[in-house]
Ligand binder design. Sequence first.
Ligand SMILES: [Zn+2]
Length: 130
Amino acid sequence: MENRCLWCNEITDKEDLIEMDISFIFAGKYYVHSSHYSSSFKYFNNFKKYKLFLPILMLFSLLFFMLEDEKIGVVLNLVSMSIIIHMFPYGTRQTIVSFGVRKTIKIFKSISLLLLLLSLFFLYSFYYKG
Ligand SMILES: [Zn+2]
């Protein structure tokens, strides 16, 4: 068993790590640097607190596809997906264990930014083309 910090993904001496109970989301034993404990706890706790909103937000986002103007529907859908991913930068257990929480957040926030840029690109190509 590796002595790896779940937040920064660094392998460290066991004495520098403290156990974190996130059994409400992932089974198993996880360890973090004490300096990374509060950020990690907040990250997982936010998921616990707000996960009910996730399907509602997703559904809301899909409603944009029903707009009469399909083009603006696509743009709004991308924008809302971008916001949802920004708010919920949670991968699977596999993503978090392989990359660590810190990198997982970076990956998902980058995806969110790309979606936002894509939506701006679509907006531009749909409405401002010569
Ligand atoms: Zn750490």
